[in-house]
Design a binder for this molecule. Structure first.
Ligand code: GRG
Length: 295
């Protein structure tokens, strides 16, 4: 029986991520830009991606704090993608992380620019604010993040998603959208943490398998929660997929089969890292968290 206390682990990791995010934002000028960046980055959120990054680094035997600038960078890219996703030209949403979306408060132009500033600050965090990490490791992290943020990752997934709205979409296309729009950054979170820790190739490969599975499972659960939960609990508009006429896993497979698919993926993710025993405890618990989450 493992003595790993996940509740305490999660609370501690969240606290240190919150402090690091706060510290990563400086006295940007003008004030409106500073406020818009802080408004979305410090609005809460589960902080799953930075915590995955820290846990993967810890699994290599390295102090997870060394991966904090990378973890912050990843949360910045994620937050930027949420700000842009909510814009009228995209999903046109007015609620995010339990508060009005960035463009509702600051206007479209500032929301776009605050997103741009967070995206570029992310690369600054890795290249200029990651002390005492060998430069080859940082270069690998920058490469990983550039691919994930751009056309081969989030942007490609988002464009496919926009193009598919209101159309009949098959399972392969749905998977393409989710692997790129959601899975890619979750996977990069795990891989980049391991890269900062100097993981050997065998571990990185197992972590890629783990992360592929949790990435897709995360999105399936997201689709399920969109149908079964409320805006109050989610902090974002529930039932949005139906309103926007989007194809989702529950729409294609039904709720039960979607849940089974997510469970199966989480099982596969855990199998991939089980051989690392106690060292894998945080990532094993995070896999369970992804499937059991209510928001
Ligand atoms: C990164 C250059 C660049 C462009 C972004 C807008 C866009 C292109 C992509 C959209 C990506 C997107 C919003 C995907 C949805 C992913 C998802 C399920 C988000 C919700 O994540 P949670 O539940 O949210 O972890 P919190 O608020 O807890 O962090």
């Amino acid at each position: 029986m493992s003595s790993f206390d996940f509740t305490a682990y999660l609370a501690k990791a969240r606290n240190s991520v919150e402090a690091a995010l706060d510290a990563a934002l400086g006295p940007e000028r003008p004030n409106q830009l500073r406020e818009a960046m802080r408004y979305s980055l410090l609005a809460g959120g589960k902080r799953l991606r930075p915590i995955l990054c820290l846990s993967a680094c810890e699994m290599t035997g390295e102090n997870p704090e060394r991966a904090m600038p990378t973890a912050v960078a990843i949360e910045m890219i994620h937050t930027m993608s949420l700000i842009h996703d909510d814009l009228p030209a995209m999903d046109n949403d007015d609620l995010r992380r339990g508060r009005p979306t960035n463009h509702k408060v600051f206007g479209d132009a500032i929301a776009i620019l605050a997103g741009d500033a967070l995206l570029t600050r992310a690369f600054e965090m890795v290249s200029l604010r990651s002390p005492n990490i060998p430069v080859e490791r940082l270069l690998k992290v920058i490469a990983e993040l550039s691919l994930v943020a751009g056309a081969p990752g989030l942007v490609g997934g988002q464009v496919e998603d926009l193009e598919c709205e209101g159309k009949d979409v098959d399972l392969d296309t749905l998977e393409f959208i989710h692997v790129h729009k959601t899975g890619a950054l979750l996977k990069a979170s795990v891989v980049c943490g391991a890269l900062i820790g100097g993981a050997e190739e065998k571990l990185i490969e197992s972590l890629r398998t783990y992360a592929n599975s949790i990435g897709l499972a995360f999105q399936i659960i997201d689709d399920i929660l969109d149908v079964t939960s409320s805006s109050e609990v989610l902090g974002k508009t529930a039932g949005k997929d139906l309103i926007a006429d989007k194809t989702t896993y529950p729409k294609l497979l039904g709720l039960d089969e979607s849940r089974n698919k997510a469970k199966d993926l989480i099982g596969r993710a855990k199998d991939a890292i089980q051989p690392w025993n106690e060292k894998a405890a945080p990532l094993l618990a995070l896999a369970d968290y992804i499937i059991n989450r209510d928001r």
